[in-house]
Design a protein. Structure first.
Length: 181
């Protein structure tokens, strides 16, 4: 058996409106390197890839020994969801990558170097949901059925699908009755 959840583009826009603006610390523990992502000006789903968001931003990053706050006219951010199997189950991991950046007053050669370094920092930071842990459950039966102790429901696998209209997560479940006789 399996269930499928579909998040439409409109649902994603509503979620982004709640999430943005947001400040992302680029160091752990938090230092003075960060990116502040403004409200989305454009939101697109890229089939088989993820969610592309365009927005203004600010970036605090050291350039040649100086740490200015840089104004980013346009930032193109890609959020790529992937289902990953681990020893303890499956997770839905979200990878964040800046595809393009237009930093006001900064030459493109420096812009490219900053973009590579910021993306390296973002790659090391994962947003992850362990849906196996969330969706696994053992339901005690009690005294209703004398020979059955519980109904155990667990995740077998998960898959994600992305189209221009939405993001879908399908999860397959296995169910077993645990006997007490």
């Amino acid at each position: 058996m399996w269930l499928e959840a579909i998040v439409t583009r409109e649902d994603l826009v509503l979620l982004l409106n709640q999430l943005l603006p947001i400040k992302i610390n680029l160091d752990s523990p938090a230092t003075d390197r960060w990116i502040s992502v403004g409200r989305a000006t454009e939101v697109d789903l890229v089939a088989d890839v993820g969610l592309r968001v365009s927005c203004p931003a600010e970036l605090k990053w050291e350039i040649v020994g100086v740490s200015p706050t840089l104004t980013v006219k346009t930032l193109s951010l890609l959020l790529r969801p992937d289902v990953v199997e681990h020893g303890n189950g499956h997770t839905l991991d979200f990878h964040v990558e800046i595809e393009d950046v237009d930093i006001r007053g900064v030459p493109s050669v420096i812009e490219s170097a900053v973009l590579r370094k910021v993306n390296a920092e973002l790659e090391s930071k994962k947003l992850s949901w362990n849906f196996t842990r969330t969706l696994t459950y053992s339901a005690p039966i009690g005294d209703l059925l004398a020979s059955i102790a519980s109904l155990d429901i667990g995740v077998s696998w998960g898959k994600r699908r992305i189209t221009a209209e939405g993001l879908a997560l399908a999860v397959s479940f296995k169910a077993d009755f645990v006997r007490n006789d």
